[in-house]
Design a protein around this ligand. Sequence first.
Ligand SMILES: NC(=O)c1ccc[n+]([C@@H]2O[C@H](COP(=O)([O-])OP(=O)(O)OC[C@H]3O[C@@H](n4cnc5c(N)ncnc54)[C@H](OP(=O)(O)O)[C@@H]3O)[C@@H](O)[C@H]2O)c1
Length: 262
Amino acid sequence: MFGFYKPKQTLSTALQLNRFQFAHRAYVRQLDWCAKDSAEKKSHKKWRTVESKKDTVNPNIPNKFGIIAAASNNYVIGLDGQLPWRIKEDVDYFKEITANKVLVLGRISFEESSNQAHLQHCRHIVVVSKTMTAAAAAANAGHNVHVTKSFDEALQLAHTLTADSKNNHDHSTIDCWIGGGQLLFEQALLHPSAFEVHLTKVNVDINELAYKHLAKFPAEYRWDYRFKKVSSWPGSGLGTCKLTGKSNLEYSFNVYECFRPR
Ligand SMILES: NC(=O)c1ccc[n+]([C@@H]2O[C@H](COP(=O)([O-])OP(=O)(O)OC[C@H]3O[C@@H](n4cnc5c(N)ncnc54)[C@H](OP(=O)(O)O)[C@@H]3O)[C@@H](O)[C@H]2O)c1
């Protein structure tokens, strides 16, 4: 008899029940979220507590490398295969950071800069390309140039090339730098061994629609959840940007370090 019994539900009771179920589900979701959040907070506690202490920021990344770039306000790094500006202070900074180190470049960036003297200060140059031969690369740049077919292969080679200088187990310095362009920066910023980003921010806005071949640095929101700015200082403002007709460019040097492992 009771099997046939269905309590009569008025419309308002049904709505109330629905509302209750909805609220209950939302509450359960919130609980889940809180639990997840606190678990996440716990697991990252180590990293959060070291944020303020520069010398303890996640130093144990194996085969760590750095990334060095200069980008406009809208993250443009290259136009039609060239740098959009001339900033001597930035070139000097690049040389200082990469002097006697291994520099990894994409084929296009290498072709752009290989004839210029500003690569001669590097100990080794590793070009990533599926089309360039080692002979062509050497003919372009001469000394200590290597060609690899993938980004991972380039990192592996860089590690081998620097292994001899690491035999005293000194892992504090970064011996391998990624110098561009866009394709290389994109791969590098996602890589678990990326440790430092040196980004010169140039205060110009480049009209992206006016150029056919535009290279960009990934916007900060895509990578700053892993990196934290540890220092920043203004440049002296002696650069020029022919495209915008700007001289006395404003720019700043910014250093970010990885504080959260991938
Ligand atoms: N402002 C800065 O800091 C800065 C620094 C450097 C460069 N730039 C600018 O960036 C622009 C060049 O950037 P881009 O993105 O066009 O070119 P790019 O990254 O320099 O080179 C791209 C080429 O590298 C090779 N490559 C990249 N990833 C590869 C992979 N995983 N496996 C195999 N080969 C790979 C490919 O060569 P193949 O086609 O031969 O296979 C690809 O066509 C230029 O305008 C330059 O001025 C700016």
